[in-house]
Ligand binder design. Structure first.
Ligand code: ZN
Length: 268
């Protein structure tokens, strides 16, 4: 799990007493951020904070929730990553997206099934949850880019769900053996569908509470942690300003963000 990061933009060089003051203030802020995170996680796990510990960061999640657990099934990666020194003009590896299973009272929901080969999807689902493909009741697709629904057909008995315009776009491809249903509001009285436009105009993410923590499964509204820090859309984003605003909105909702192509991280 990644800890919160200090500011990434280059800071002016410190000098003299003002510099020492700034550095001390920076280190104090960084220490508070890390200790606050540890304390908050202790609070979530039920551990008693040590005497004299800093107060917990306030979590946005609610204790009461029908979600029992959630698991990342595949860790995504990008086809090109400017933060690794790669250009936006061509892909240098194949991409898969981060795929998540959310389980709760009466439902098992998979988000953005990423793997095109049935045997791979079967193996990863088993490896991470012990579930079989047929155990999944519903699939939610965040947006119409194919790497987010390569594995949809492996769940023929599940309901296929997406926000209205995403469902329409998927159904128009005529590549799927059955219709994707339009979904709004809350799934299974537990998982909220939230509009997060920018990467695509109809992009939607999911938000839920689990163990008192608010989790946003962001899809490509957040590409990776590096893109999140800079509030930067991926190269194929249709509206970069809108994308940044959606990331700010997610920051206001989430304690944990599951991005579209990276491991999950804290947003406290
Ligand atoms: Zn995408």
């Amino acid at each position: 799990m990644s800890l919160p990061h200090p500011p990434c933009k280059p800071q002016p060089k410190a000098s003299g007493s003002a510099g020492r003051h700034n550095r001390a203030a920076f280190l104090a802020r960084a220490a508070f951020g890390i200790l606050g995170t540890v304390t908050a996680l202790g609070a979530v796990s039920g551990a008693e904070p040590a005497a004299g510990a800093l107060p917990s960061a306030s979590l946005k999640g609610k204790r009461k929730s029908k979600v029992r657990r959630w698991d990342v099934i595949t860790l995504g990666n990008l086809s090109r990553n400017r933060y690794w020194g790669e250009g936006d003009d061509r892909g240098v590896r194949s991409a898969i997206c981060t795929c998540t299973v959310i389980q709760g009272e009466g439902f098992r929901l998979i988000v953005d099934p990423s793997l095109a080969k049935a045997e791979q999807m079967t193996a990863e689902l088993d490896r991470r949850t012990g579930l079989k493909l047929r155990d999944i009741d519903a699939v939610f697709v965040t947006h119409e880019h194919a790497d987010h629904w390569f594995g949809l057909a492996h769940f023929p008995e599940a309901r296929w769900l997406a926000a209205q315009d995403v469902a329409a776009a998927l159904n128009k491809t005529h590549k799927l053996p059955k219709q994707v249903e339009s979904a709004t509001g809350k799934l299974f009285d537990a998982v909220e569908i939230i509009a997060t436009p920018g990467h695509t105009l109809s992009h939607h993410s999911l938000r839920f509470d689990c163990d008192g923590v608010s989790v946003v499964v962001a899809g490509d509204a957040v590409a990776t942690l590096d893109f999140w820090r800079d509030r930067r859309g991926y190269f194929n984003c249709v509206d970069f300003d809108l994308s940044a605003r959606s990331m700010n909105a997610i920051a206001g909702l989430a304690d944990i963000v599951v991005p579209g192509h990276d491991n999950f991280f804290l947003s406290l």
